[in-house]
Ligand binder design. Structure first.
Ligand code: NAG
Ligand code: NAG
Length: 435
């Protein structure tokens, strides 16, 4: 069985490679070709804009010098067993402020390192991050942000097919990705693809490239700008490690620590020190979960699947690879009362007129005073058989340009932009790097 699985993986990998070779050798796929007169002569495609990408901004993104703030005060507290908290930040500054405010109150936060990963450059966001004085902090910037790439891939390219164009119409006007609508017949939207790009880039960058973290053997916890952390988050993690050790003694694996969940608090208040041992399932466990070196090794072996699965959600994609590319499903420990909560009211999927988060924060603050937190031990509950629904992909991730770029995040930036990606050939990006 195991052998067959390996063979299957190899076959997928080989297929992916063949797939790209075919695409690249086919001359009728003009990657961001600025002088593609055939495409631009049609009315339905905009003229080549005078500016395709923002050079000044690109320099800011890539020449970030990797400063670790507060290192003088906290360096000695960050040891091999410490936690790295990786936060994906877009531009919801009120949420970010609330998150940082919550972090300030976390006991043992001074033992951690926080990495903020940005796809939007904004001085006021940077200033909010500068207010952190309670632990070590660094920032990284996603170089393929739509903010930098204004009129060309990976942003929305002037010669991209419009999302709702029919395939027939797209081929007629000869827009660049006409042959690659998604499962549901739609063409890519850069605002939608950006989140998965950023997520996978960030995981690769933090785990394998960023100097301060690339050799860190401890865990990495992935959260987002609209999360809110409870004061006993790290305290709970310390207890969870004891639970993991005792499960390991019984030959039971714990692959992932999950700190958030979406259950209603009122339902679980009677079980306030409960902890669940169960299979990791994306839609339940995608909030504040850990990736350690073992899991990262497995995830990387599935990068071809991650980067080509036609679903724009990174978390749903992760579920897909765990069900279809892993030998065994990963198991998680998750506290019944979440230690990280979601407070964002407005995002890609939820556009409301009122995006205020004050009410939610007040509720959490009331809960913090309820005495439910800082347990002395956790009480283990097992839930072994989870019903696994058959996954249905959500589309939005069918463009070979997205697949190819995603597959390159394991490479250093200078390799991606110095010839190994035809999308960037016509820009002198390398000259704009300071290193
Ligand atoms: C790195 O950048 C920060 C902020 O822009 C600056 O304060 C610091 O002096 C720089 N460090 C080096 C070594 O260039
Ligand atoms: C910390 O981890 C590194 C890398 O795994 C290892 O080489 C080093 O010996 C560890 N240091 C301590 C003090 O355990």
């Amino acid at each position: 069985m195991k052998f067959q699985r390996r063979f299957f993986l190899l076959a997928i990998f080989a297929l992916a490679i063949v797939f790209y070779l075919v695409i690249y050798s086919s001359s009728d796929f003009p990657f961001s070709n600025q002088s593609d007169s055939k495409a631009t002569s049609q009315n339905s495609i905009s003229k080549v804009p005078s500016i395709l990408f923002d050079e000044k901004l690109w320099k800011k993104f890539v020449n970030n010098n990797g400063t670790v703030w507060n290192q003088d005060k906290f360096l000695s507290k960050f040891i091999n067993s410490s936690m790295v908290i990786v936060v994906q930040v877009h531009q919801r500054i009120e949420n970010l402020r609330a998150l940082i405010d919550s972090m300030r109150k976390v006991r043992f936060i001074d033992e951690s390192l926080i990495v903020f990963s940005h796809d939007y450059y904004d001085d006021s966001i940077n200033n909010v991050i500068r207010t952190i004085d309670f632990t070590q902090v660094t920032q990284i910037f996603f170089p393929f942000s739509t903010q930098v790439w204004i009129n060309t891939f990976p942003g929305t390219s002037y010669n991209d097919c419009k999302r709702d164009m029919t395939r027939k119409k797209a081929i007629e006007v000869d827009c660049i990705n006409s042959k690659y609508p998604d499962t549901y017949g739609h063409y890519r939207e850069s605002a939608i693809t950006q989140t998965k790009h950023h997520w996978w880039w960030k995981a690769n960058y933090v785990l394998d490239q960023l100097p301060i973290t690339k050799n860190h053997p401890g865990i990495f916890v992935f959260i987002e700008e609209d999360h809110y952390i409870l004061p006993d988050f790290i305290h709970s993690w310390k207890l969870m490690q004891d639970v993991k050790r005792s499960l390991n003694k019984q030959n039971e694996r714990v692959d992932i620590f999950t700190f958030g969940n979406y259950d209603k608090i009122s339902k679980v208040a009677t079980n306030s020190n409960g902890i669940m041992y169960t299979e990791w399932f994306s839609s339940k466990h995608n909030m504040a979960f850990s990736i350690d070196r073992d899991l990262w090794t497995k995830l990387k072996l599935c990068s071809a699947v991650f980067c080509t699965y036609d679903d724009y959600n990174w978390d749903w994609t992760m579920q897909h690879i765990m069900q279809n590319c892993f030998d065994d499903p990963p198991f998680t420990l998750v506290p019944i009362i979440p230690r990280v909560m979601h407070i964002g009211t407005c995002g890609i999927h939820h556009k409301k007129s009122d995006c205020s988060i004050d009410g939610k924060i007040q509720n959490i603050k009331d809960m913090i005073n309820s005495g439910l937190y800082f347990p002395k031990t956790f009480q283990l509950t097992r839930k072994m058989k989870t019903k696994k629904p058959k996954l249905k992909n959500n589309g939005g991730w069918s463009d070979p340009r997205d697949h190819q770029l995603c597959l390159q995040y394991e490479l250093p930036l200078k390799d991606i932009i110095s010839g190994s990606n035809p999308n960037f050939n016509s820009f002198n990006l390398l000259n704009l790097l300071n290193y």
